[in-house]
Design a protein around this ligand. Structure first.
Ligand SMILES: *[C@@H]1O[C@H](CO)[C@@H](O)[C@H](O)[C@H]1NC(C)=O
Ligand SMILES: *[C@@H]1O[C@H](CO)[C@@H](O)[C@H](O)[C@H]1NC(C)=O
Ligand SMILES: *[C@@H]1O[C@H](CO)[C@@H](O)[C@H](O)[C@H]1NC(C)=O
Ligand SMILES: *[C@@H]1O[C@H](CO)[C@@H](O)[C@H](O)[C@H]1NC(C)=O
Ligand SMILES: *[C@@H]1O[C@H](CO)[C@@H](O)[C@H](O)[C@H]1NC(C)=O
Length: 441
Protein backbone atom coordinates (compact mmCIF):
# COMPACT_ATOMS: atom_id res chain seq x y z
CA UNK A 1 0.00 0.00 0.00
CA UNK A 2 1.38 3.33 -0.91
CA UNK A 3 -1.35 5.86 -1.29
CA UNK A 4 -0.33 9.43 -1.83
CA UNK A 5 -2.47 12.20 -0.43
CA UNK A 6 -1.91 15.69 -1.71
CA UNK A 7 -0.11 18.24 0.37
CA UNK A 8 -0.70 21.96 0.43
CA UNK A 9 1.80 24.71 0.91
CA UNK A 10 0.49 28.21 1.45
CA UNK A 11 3.07 30.93 1.40
CA UNK A 12 2.14 34.45 2.51
CA UNK A 13 4.32 37.38 3.54
CA UNK A 14 6.02 36.07 6.67
CA UNK A 15 3.05 33.83 7.13
CA UNK A 16 3.70 30.29 6.21
CA UNK A 17 1.22 27.63 6.84
CA UNK A 18 3.02 24.47 5.99
CA UNK A 19 2.05 20.93 6.75
CA UNK A 20 -1.56 21.51 5.86
CA UNK A 21 -2.50 18.18 4.52
CA UNK A 22 -5.51 16.43 3.26
CA UNK A 23 -6.22 13.16 4.96
CA UNK A 24 -5.94 10.26 2.61
CA UNK A 25 -9.05 8.45 3.70
CA UNK A 26 -7.47 5.32 5.07
CA UNK A 27 -7.12 4.49 8.73
CA UNK A 28 -3.42 5.10 8.74
CA UNK A 29 -2.37 8.01 6.61
CA UNK A 30 0.53 10.27 5.99
CA UNK A 31 1.16 13.37 4.00
CA UNK A 32 3.46 13.96 1.10
CA UNK A 33 5.59 16.90 1.96
CA UNK A 34 5.00 19.53 -0.66
CA UNK A 35 8.13 21.29 -1.81
CA UNK A 36 6.92 22.39 -5.23
CA UNK A 37 8.10 25.95 -5.57
CA UNK A 38 6.84 28.40 -8.12
CA UNK A 39 9.37 30.04 -10.43
CA UNK A 40 8.68 33.26 -8.52
CA UNK A 41 9.79 31.75 -5.25
CA UNK A 42 12.86 30.20 -6.82
CA UNK A 43 13.91 33.63 -8.04
CA UNK A 44 13.39 35.20 -4.61
CA UNK A 45 15.39 32.47 -2.98
CA UNK A 46 18.24 32.99 -5.45
CA UNK A 47 18.23 36.73 -4.65
CA UNK A 48 18.33 36.01 -0.95
CA UNK A 49 21.27 33.68 -1.36
CA UNK A 50 23.15 36.33 -3.28
CA UNK A 51 22.53 38.95 -0.61
CA UNK A 52 23.48 36.56 2.11
CA UNK A 53 26.79 35.69 0.56
CA UNK A 54 27.38 39.43 0.08
CA UNK A 55 26.73 40.18 3.72
CA UNK A 56 28.86 37.31 4.83
CA UNK A 57 31.73 38.84 2.90
CA UNK A 58 31.93 41.35 5.76
CA UNK A 59 32.16 38.72 8.37
CA UNK A 60 35.82 37.94 8.23
CA UNK A 61 36.73 35.26 10.64
CA UNK A 62 39.56 37.17 12.35
CA UNK A 63 37.32 40.21 12.97
CA UNK A 64 34.75 38.18 14.79
CA UNK A 65 37.42 36.24 16.62
CA UNK A 66 38.93 39.43 18.03
CA UNK A 67 35.63 41.20 18.68
CA UNK A 68 34.20 41.36 22.21
CA UNK A 69 30.76 39.74 22.38
CA UNK A 70 29.19 43.08 23.42
CA UNK A 71 29.93 44.39 19.90
CA UNK A 72 28.04 41.63 18.11
CA UNK A 73 24.70 43.48 18.05
CA UNK A 74 26.32 46.53 16.47
CA UNK A 75 28.19 44.29 14.04
CA UNK A 76 24.97 42.60 13.00
CA UNK A 77 23.37 46.01 12.29
CA UNK A 78 26.36 47.00 10.17
CA UNK A 79 26.07 43.80 8.17
CA UNK A 80 22.42 44.65 7.53
CA UNK A 81 23.32 48.23 6.49
CA UNK A 82 26.13 47.08 4.24
CA UNK A 83 23.87 44.62 2.55
CA UNK A 84 21.38 47.45 1.90
CA UNK A 85 24.12 49.60 0.34
CA UNK A 86 25.57 46.83 -1.76
CA UNK A 87 22.36 45.47 -3.08
CA UNK A 88 21.18 46.72 -6.45
CA UNK A 89 17.62 46.72 -5.16
CA UNK A 90 18.48 48.91 -2.21
CA UNK A 91 16.53 47.87 0.86
CA UNK A 92 15.75 44.48 -0.52
CA UNK A 93 19.13 43.40 0.82
CA UNK A 94 18.45 43.67 4.52
CA UNK A 95 14.82 42.88 3.95
CA UNK A 96 15.60 39.65 2.18
CA UNK A 97 18.16 38.66 4.81
CA UNK A 98 15.53 39.31 7.46
CA UNK A 99 12.86 37.58 5.39
CA UNK A 100 15.08 34.60 4.86
CA UNK A 101 15.78 34.48 8.59
CA UNK A 102 12.07 34.72 9.36
CA UNK A 103 11.33 31.98 6.86
CA UNK A 104 14.05 29.75 8.31
CA UNK A 105 12.83 30.41 11.84
CA UNK A 106 9.28 29.55 10.79
CA UNK A 107 7.57 32.61 12.26
CA UNK A 108 3.87 32.21 11.62
CA UNK A 109 4.17 28.55 10.72
CA UNK A 110 1.59 26.21 12.20
CA UNK A 111 1.32 22.51 12.76
CA UNK A 112 -1.75 20.99 11.20
CA UNK A 113 -2.71 17.62 12.57
CA UNK A 114 -3.13 14.61 10.33
CA UNK A 115 -3.48 10.88 10.74
CA UNK A 116 -0.64 9.20 12.51
CA UNK A 117 1.39 6.16 11.50
CA UNK A 118 -0.32 3.92 14.02
CA UNK A 119 -0.63 3.54 17.76
CA UNK A 120 2.32 5.23 19.43
CA UNK A 121 3.62 4.42 22.90
CA UNK A 122 5.66 6.67 25.14
CA UNK A 123 8.61 4.75 26.52
CA UNK A 124 10.04 6.44 29.59
CA UNK A 125 13.49 6.47 31.15
CA UNK A 126 15.07 8.90 28.70
CA UNK A 127 15.42 11.78 31.18
CA UNK A 128 17.80 14.38 29.80
CA UNK A 129 16.80 13.58 26.22
CA UNK A 130 17.88 11.11 23.55
CA UNK A 131 19.44 13.38 20.93
CA UNK A 132 20.95 10.82 18.56
CA UNK A 133 20.54 7.10 18.06
CA UNK A 134 22.03 4.02 16.44
CA UNK A 135 20.20 0.71 15.97
CA UNK A 136 22.21 -2.51 15.71
CA UNK A 137 21.09 -5.37 13.47
CA UNK A 138 20.02 -7.34 16.59
CA UNK A 139 17.48 -4.67 17.59
CA UNK A 140 19.47 -2.93 20.30
CA UNK A 141 19.18 0.85 20.08
CA UNK A 142 21.67 3.18 21.77
CA UNK A 143 20.96 6.85 22.34
CA UNK A 144 22.91 9.85 23.57
CA UNK A 145 21.45 11.84 26.46
CA UNK A 146 22.29 15.10 28.20
CA UNK A 147 22.88 17.45 25.29
CA UNK A 148 21.31 20.36 27.17
CA UNK A 149 22.81 21.53 30.43
CA UNK A 150 22.50 20.71 33.29
CA UNK A 151 21.53 17.14 32.37
CA UNK A 152 23.96 14.33 33.01
CA UNK A 153 25.79 12.96 29.96
CA UNK A 154 24.65 9.38 29.41
CA UNK A 155 24.32 6.60 26.88
CA UNK A 156 20.88 4.96 26.86
CA UNK A 157 19.64 1.61 25.61
CA UNK A 158 16.31 0.36 24.25
CA UNK A 159 15.76 -3.20 23.03
CA UNK A 160 13.25 -3.61 20.19
CA UNK A 161 13.00 -7.32 21.07
CA UNK A 162 11.49 -6.43 24.46
CA UNK A 163 8.59 -4.15 23.68
CA UNK A 164 7.66 -3.60 27.32
CA UNK A 165 11.11 -2.52 28.34
CA UNK A 166 11.79 1.05 29.41
CA UNK A 167 14.82 3.04 28.29
CA UNK A 168 17.86 1.95 30.32
CA UNK A 169 21.03 3.70 31.37
CA UNK A 170 24.21 2.02 30.10
CA UNK A 171 27.03 1.93 32.62
CA UNK A 172 30.31 3.35 31.39
CA UNK A 173 33.52 1.60 32.44
CA UNK A 174 37.00 3.06 31.92
CA UNK A 175 39.43 1.00 29.81
CA UNK A 176 43.12 0.69 30.75
CA UNK A 177 44.28 3.76 28.73
CA UNK A 178 41.17 5.82 29.26
CA UNK A 179 41.07 9.19 30.95
CA UNK A 180 37.31 9.42 30.47
CA UNK A 181 35.63 11.91 32.80
CA UNK A 182 31.93 11.37 33.37
CA UNK A 183 31.60 14.95 34.66
CA UNK A 184 32.93 16.30 31.35
CA UNK A 185 30.74 14.18 29.09
CA UNK A 186 28.25 16.23 27.02
CA UNK A 187 27.12 13.88 24.26
CA UNK A 188 25.71 14.89 20.90
CA UNK A 189 25.95 12.84 17.65
CA UNK A 190 26.59 9.10 17.66
CA UNK A 191 27.68 6.30 15.34
CA UNK A 192 28.58 2.62 15.59
CA UNK A 193 30.81 0.04 13.96
CA UNK A 194 30.58 -3.76 14.12
CA UNK A 195 33.67 -5.85 13.37
CA UNK A 196 34.63 -9.46 14.25
CA UNK A 197 31.57 -9.76 16.46
CA UNK A 198 32.58 -6.68 18.47
CA UNK A 199 30.36 -3.63 18.76
CA UNK A 200 31.93 -0.17 19.00
CA UNK A 201 30.08 3.05 19.77
CA UNK A 202 31.39 6.56 19.01
CA UNK A 203 29.95 9.59 20.73
CA UNK A 204 30.60 13.23 19.96
CA UNK A 205 31.47 14.97 23.22
CA UNK A 206 31.28 18.74 23.77
CA UNK A 207 33.87 18.59 26.55
CA UNK A 208 34.72 21.90 28.23
CA UNK A 209 38.10 22.39 26.61
CA UNK A 210 37.28 21.13 23.12
CA UNK A 211 35.06 18.80 21.13
CA UNK A 212 36.16 15.19 20.88
CA UNK A 213 34.83 11.83 19.76
CA UNK A 214 34.78 9.15 22.46
CA UNK A 215 35.14 5.51 21.42
CA UNK A 216 33.46 2.76 23.47
CA UNK A 217 33.15 -1.00 23.19
CA UNK A 218 29.85 -2.64 24.11
CA UNK A 219 29.86 -5.74 26.29
CA UNK A 220 26.59 -7.56 25.73
CA UNK A 221 26.92 -9.89 28.72
CA UNK A 222 27.20 -7.06 31.26
CA UNK A 223 25.32 -4.44 29.15
CA UNK A 224 28.12 -1.95 29.82
CA UNK A 225 30.31 0.13 27.52
CA UNK A 226 34.04 0.46 28.04
CA UNK A 227 35.71 3.74 27.09
CA UNK A 228 38.73 2.94 24.91
CA UNK A 229 40.06 6.23 23.56
CA UNK A 230 39.17 9.61 22.09
CA UNK A 231 39.69 11.33 18.73
CA UNK A 232 40.53 15.02 18.72
CA UNK A 233 41.68 17.51 16.11
CA UNK A 234 42.70 21.17 15.87
CA UNK A 235 40.04 21.32 13.11
CA UNK A 236 37.19 20.40 15.46
CA UNK A 237 35.09 23.46 16.24
CA UNK A 238 31.44 23.05 17.24
CA UNK A 239 30.86 19.56 15.88
CA UNK A 240 27.49 17.89 15.48
CA UNK A 241 27.42 14.32 14.16
CA UNK A 242 29.59 11.60 12.69
CA UNK A 243 29.37 8.40 10.66
CA UNK A 244 31.98 5.66 10.91
CA UNK A 245 33.33 4.19 7.67
CA UNK A 246 35.76 1.82 9.44
CA UNK A 247 36.72 1.05 13.01
CA UNK A 248 39.01 4.09 13.19
CA UNK A 249 37.80 6.50 10.50
CA UNK A 250 34.73 8.64 10.03
CA UNK A 251 33.07 11.63 8.40
CA UNK A 252 32.07 14.35 10.84
CA UNK A 253 30.07 17.57 10.54
CA UNK A 254 31.46 20.84 11.84
CA UNK A 255 28.21 22.68 12.65
CA UNK A 256 29.52 26.13 13.58
CA UNK A 257 32.81 27.99 13.45
CA UNK A 258 32.76 28.99 17.14
CA UNK A 259 31.82 27.29 20.39
CA UNK A 260 31.06 30.15 22.79
CA UNK A 261 27.37 31.03 23.27
CA UNK A 262 27.61 34.65 22.08
CA UNK A 263 29.32 33.79 18.81
CA UNK A 264 27.01 30.81 18.31
CA UNK A 265 24.09 33.25 18.51
CA UNK A 266 25.74 35.55 15.99
CA UNK A 267 26.47 32.74 13.56
CA UNK A 268 22.90 31.50 13.80
CA UNK A 269 21.42 34.98 13.29
CA UNK A 270 23.54 35.48 10.21
CA UNK A 271 22.72 31.97 8.99
CA UNK A 272 26.44 31.59 8.49
CA UNK A 273 28.08 29.25 6.02
CA UNK A 274 31.18 28.31 8.00
CA UNK A 275 30.17 24.66 8.33
CA UNK A 276 32.42 21.92 7.00
CA UNK A 277 32.51 18.17 6.54
CA UNK A 278 35.74 16.56 7.72
CA UNK A 279 37.13 13.13 7.06
CA UNK A 280 39.03 11.76 10.04
CA UNK A 281 41.63 9.01 9.74
CA UNK A 282 42.15 7.71 13.26
CA UNK A 283 45.30 5.79 12.35
CA UNK A 284 47.12 9.15 12.04
CA UNK A 285 48.23 11.47 14.86
CA UNK A 286 45.41 13.76 15.99
CA UNK A 287 47.13 16.87 14.57
CA UNK A 288 46.96 15.56 11.00
CA UNK A 289 44.05 13.09 11.18
CA UNK A 290 41.32 15.44 9.89
CA UNK A 291 40.93 16.60 6.28
CA UNK A 292 38.29 19.10 5.18
CA UNK A 293 36.33 17.46 2.38
CA UNK A 294 33.60 20.10 2.01
CA UNK A 295 33.39 23.77 3.03
CA UNK A 296 30.84 26.59 3.18
CA UNK A 297 27.89 24.61 4.43
CA UNK A 298 25.30 26.30 6.58
CA UNK A 299 25.22 24.37 9.84
CA UNK A 300 25.67 20.79 8.63
CA UNK A 301 23.87 18.66 11.20
CA UNK A 302 23.12 14.91 10.90
CA UNK A 303 25.38 12.79 8.70
CA UNK A 304 24.98 9.18 7.60
CA UNK A 305 25.94 6.75 4.84
CA UNK A 306 24.07 4.50 2.40
CA UNK A 307 24.20 0.77 3.21
CA UNK A 308 26.63 0.18 0.29
CA UNK A 309 28.92 3.00 1.52
CA UNK A 310 28.70 4.87 -1.81
CA UNK A 311 26.72 7.90 -0.65
CA UNK A 312 26.99 10.25 2.30
CA UNK A 313 23.87 12.12 3.44
CA UNK A 314 24.05 15.44 5.24
CA UNK A 315 21.21 17.44 6.81
CA UNK A 316 22.08 21.08 6.17
CA UNK A 317 20.15 22.71 9.00
CA UNK A 318 20.89 26.32 7.97
CA UNK A 319 19.46 25.97 4.45
CA UNK A 320 16.97 23.16 5.24
CA UNK A 321 18.56 21.16 2.45
CA UNK A 322 19.10 17.45 2.42
CA UNK A 323 22.41 16.85 0.62
CA UNK A 324 23.67 13.69 -1.03
CA UNK A 325 27.40 13.30 -1.74
CA UNK A 326 29.02 10.56 -3.78
CA UNK A 327 31.87 9.08 -1.80
CA UNK A 328 35.13 8.14 -3.49
CA UNK A 329 35.81 4.79 -1.85
CA UNK A 330 39.57 5.07 -2.45
CA UNK A 331 40.37 8.47 -0.95
CA UNK A 332 37.11 9.40 0.85
CA UNK A 333 36.67 12.61 -1.11
CA UNK A 334 33.07 13.69 -1.72
CA UNK A 335 31.32 15.14 -4.76
CA UNK A 336 27.85 16.69 -4.70
CA UNK A 337 25.30 14.28 -6.10
CA UNK A 338 21.83 15.59 -5.19
CA UNK A 339 20.19 18.19 -3.00
CA UNK A 340 16.58 18.85 -1.97
CA UNK A 341 14.99 21.62 0.01
CA UNK A 342 12.88 20.08 2.78
CA UNK A 343 11.26 23.27 4.18
CA UNK A 344 12.06 22.04 7.69
CA UNK A 345 15.09 22.12 9.97
CA UNK A 346 16.56 18.69 9.34
CA UNK A 347 18.44 17.16 12.27
CA UNK A 348 19.74 13.57 12.54
CA UNK A 349 19.52 11.03 9.72
CA UNK A 350 19.06 7.29 10.25
CA UNK A 351 19.49 4.86 7.35
CA UNK A 352 17.24 1.82 7.18
CA UNK A 353 19.64 -0.98 6.15
CA UNK A 354 17.21 -3.10 4.06
CA UNK A 355 15.58 -0.37 1.96
CA UNK A 356 18.23 2.34 2.21
CA UNK A 357 15.45 4.81 3.16
CA UNK A 358 16.38 7.75 5.35
CA UNK A 359 14.45 8.63 8.50
CA UNK A 360 15.05 12.18 9.64
CA UNK A 361 14.10 13.87 12.91
CA UNK A 362 13.09 17.47 12.14
CA UNK A 363 12.16 20.74 13.81
CA UNK A 364 9.30 22.08 11.69
CA UNK A 365 9.15 25.44 13.51
CA UNK A 366 12.68 26.47 14.19
CA UNK A 367 12.06 29.51 16.41
CA UNK A 368 10.18 27.22 18.82
CA UNK A 369 13.09 24.83 19.22
CA UNK A 370 15.50 27.73 19.70
CA UNK A 371 13.23 29.19 22.42
CA UNK A 372 12.95 25.72 23.91
CA UNK A 373 16.75 25.38 24.07
CA UNK A 374 17.25 28.90 25.42
CA UNK A 375 14.65 28.39 28.15
CA UNK A 376 16.16 25.13 29.39
CA UNK A 377 13.71 22.81 27.63
CA UNK A 378 10.50 24.49 28.73
CA UNK A 379 7.60 25.44 26.49
CA UNK A 380 6.72 23.63 23.33
CA UNK A 381 8.74 22.48 20.37
CA UNK A 382 6.93 20.56 17.63
CA UNK A 383 8.15 17.26 16.26
CA UNK A 384 8.27 15.94 12.74
CA UNK A 385 9.66 12.93 10.90
CA UNK A 386 10.54 12.75 7.23
CA UNK A 387 11.13 9.51 5.42
CA UNK A 388 13.18 9.83 2.25
CA UNK A 389 13.28 7.38 -0.60
CA UNK A 390 16.29 7.36 -2.89
CA UNK A 391 17.42 5.65 -6.03
CA UNK A 392 21.19 5.44 -6.66
CA UNK A 393 21.72 8.47 -4.45
CA UNK A 394 19.01 10.59 -6.12
CA UNK A 395 16.22 11.77 -3.85
CA UNK A 396 12.98 10.33 -5.18
CA UNK A 397 10.42 11.18 -2.54
CA UNK A 398 10.06 12.98 0.80
CA UNK A 399 7.25 11.67 2.96
CA UNK A 400 6.14 13.33 6.16
CA UNK A 401 5.53 10.29 8.37
CA UNK A 402 4.79 12.05 11.63
CA UNK A 403 4.06 15.51 12.93
CA UNK A 404 2.95 16.69 16.37
CA UNK A 405 2.64 20.06 18.08
CA UNK A 406 4.73 18.68 21.01
CA UNK A 407 1.97 17.36 23.28
CA UNK A 408 2.95 13.80 22.39
CA UNK A 409 6.67 14.37 21.92
CA UNK A 410 8.81 17.54 21.85
CA UNK A 411 11.78 18.57 19.75
CA UNK A 412 12.30 15.39 17.73
CA UNK A 413 15.97 15.14 16.87
CA UNK A 414 16.07 11.61 15.44
CA UNK A 415 13.80 9.00 13.97
CA UNK A 416 14.41 5.49 12.75
CA UNK A 417 12.66 2.34 11.62
CA UNK A 418 13.17 -1.18 12.91
CA UNK A 419 11.06 -4.23 12.12
CA UNK A 420 7.65 -2.60 11.79
CA UNK A 421 8.26 0.10 14.40
CA UNK A 422 9.12 3.76 13.99
CA UNK A 423 10.98 5.33 16.87
CA UNK A 424 11.35 9.05 17.63
CA UNK A 425 13.94 10.46 20.03
CA UNK A 426 14.35 13.99 21.33
CA UNK A 427 16.47 16.86 22.51
CA UNK A 428 15.21 16.75 26.07
CA UNK A 429 11.99 14.78 26.65
CA UNK A 430 11.95 12.11 29.37
CA UNK A 431 10.46 9.63 26.90
CA UNK A 432 10.92 8.34 23.39
CA UNK A 433 8.03 7.43 21.11
CA UNK A 434 7.65 3.95 19.59
CA UNK A 435 4.96 3.75 16.91
CA UNK A 436 3.46 0.87 15.03
CA UNK A 437 4.59 1.54 11.49
CA UNK A 438 3.50 -1.56 9.58
CA UNK A 439 1.10 0.45 7.47
CA UNK A 440 3.84 2.71 6.14
CA UNK A 441 5.96 -0.15 4.83
C1 LIG B 1 4.48 21.84 -9.52
O1 LIG B 1 3.70 22.94 -9.90
C2 LIG B 1 3.51 23.09 -11.29
C3 LIG B 1 2.81 24.41 -11.56
O2 LIG B 1 1.88 24.72 -10.57
C4 LIG B 1 2.73 21.87 -11.80
O3 LIG B 1 2.54 21.95 -13.19
C5 LIG B 1 3.52 20.61 -11.47
O4 LIG B 1 2.78 19.47 -11.85
C6 LIG B 1 3.82 20.54 -9.99
N1 LIG B 1 4.71 19.42 -9.71
C7 LIG B 1 4.49 18.57 -8.73
C8 LIG B 1 5.52 17.48 -8.56
O5 LIG B 1 3.53 18.64 -7.97
C1 LIG C 1 3.45 -6.06 27.85
O1 LIG C 1 2.58 -5.48 28.78
C2 LIG C 1 1.21 -5.76 28.51
C3 LIG C 1 0.35 -5.01 29.52
O2 LIG C 1 1.10 -4.29 30.40
C4 LIG C 1 0.96 -7.27 28.57
O3 LIG C 1 -0.38 -7.55 28.24
C5 LIG C 1 1.88 -7.96 27.57
O4 LIG C 1 1.76 -9.35 27.70
C6 LIG C 1 3.32 -7.58 27.81
N1 LIG C 1 4.14 -8.12 26.72
C7 LIG C 1 5.31 -8.71 26.94
C8 LIG C 1 6.02 -9.19 25.72
O5 LIG C 1 5.77 -8.87 28.04
C1 LIG D 1 23.13 -10.45 24.46
O1 LIG D 1 22.93 -10.99 25.72
C2 LIG D 1 21.63 -11.53 25.91
C3 LIG D 1 21.54 -12.00 27.35
O2 LIG D 1 22.03 -11.02 28.20
C4 LIG D 1 21.37 -12.64 24.94
O3 LIG D 1 20.05 -13.10 25.06
C5 LIG D 1 21.59 -12.11 23.51
O4 LIG D 1 21.49 -13.17 22.59
C6 LIG D 1 22.95 -11.49 23.37
N1 LIG D 1 23.06 -10.87 22.06
C7 LIG D 1 24.16 -10.92 21.34
C8 LIG D 1 24.11 -10.23 20.04
O5 LIG D 1 25.17 -11.49 21.72
C1 LIG E 1 41.95 12.46 24.78
O1 LIG E 1 43.03 11.56 24.76
C2 LIG E 1 44.30 12.15 25.01
C3 LIG E 1 45.32 11.05 24.89
O2 LIG E 1 44.98 9.94 25.65
C4 LIG E 1 44.31 12.80 26.38
O3 LIG E 1 45.53 13.46 26.59
C5 LIG E 1 43.15 13.80 26.49
O4 LIG E 1 43.10 14.33 27.78
C6 LIG E 1 41.85 13.10 26.15
N1 LIG E 1 40.68 13.95 26.30
C7 LIG E 1 40.38 15.05 25.62
C8 LIG E 1 39.07 15.69 25.93
O5 LIG E 1 41.09 15.54 24.80
C1 LIG F 1 -0.23 15.72 19.25
O1 LIG F 1 -0.42 14.59 20.07
C2 LIG F 1 -1.45 14.77 21.04
C3 LIG F 1 -1.42 13.57 21.96
O2 LIG F 1 -1.52 12.38 21.24
C4 LIG F 1 -2.77 14.92 20.32
O3 LIG F 1 -3.81 15.12 21.27
C5 LIG F 1 -2.69 16.12 19.41
O4 LIG F 1 -3.88 16.21 18.67
C6 LIG F 1 -1.51 16.02 18.50
N1 LIG F 1 -1.43 17.29 17.82
C7 LIG F 1 -1.07 17.45 16.55
C8 LIG F 1 -1.18 18.80 16.00
O5 LIG F 1 -0.68 16.53 15.88
Amino acid sequence: MHEKPTGGLVVGLLLLVVLSTIACGVAVGFAVYNHNKSADNEEKIEQMKEVQSLSLGFMWEDRVTSMPPTDYGEFLNRVMEESIKQDRNSELGALSLKTQYAHWMGFGKEIVSHDRPGPCTKVFGADGGSEDLVILQNGLMFMTSGFLHPFEGRVLLYDFNKPNMTVLNVNIVKGPDSDFRADDFHPHGMSSWEENGQIYLYVLNHAKARDSVEMFQFDNSTQTITHLRNFTSPDFNFMNDLVMVSKLSFFITNFLRWRDPARIELEIRLMSHFGTILFYDGTKPSTTAATTVFRSLSMPNGINMSPDGKFIYVAEYGTMNLKVYKRNLLDNSLTEHDTRNTETAVDNIAVEPHTGDLWIGCHPILNKVHDYINSGATGISPSQVLRVKLNEGKIVELIETYVNDSREISASTSAAYYNGKMVITTLSDNHILVCDAVAID
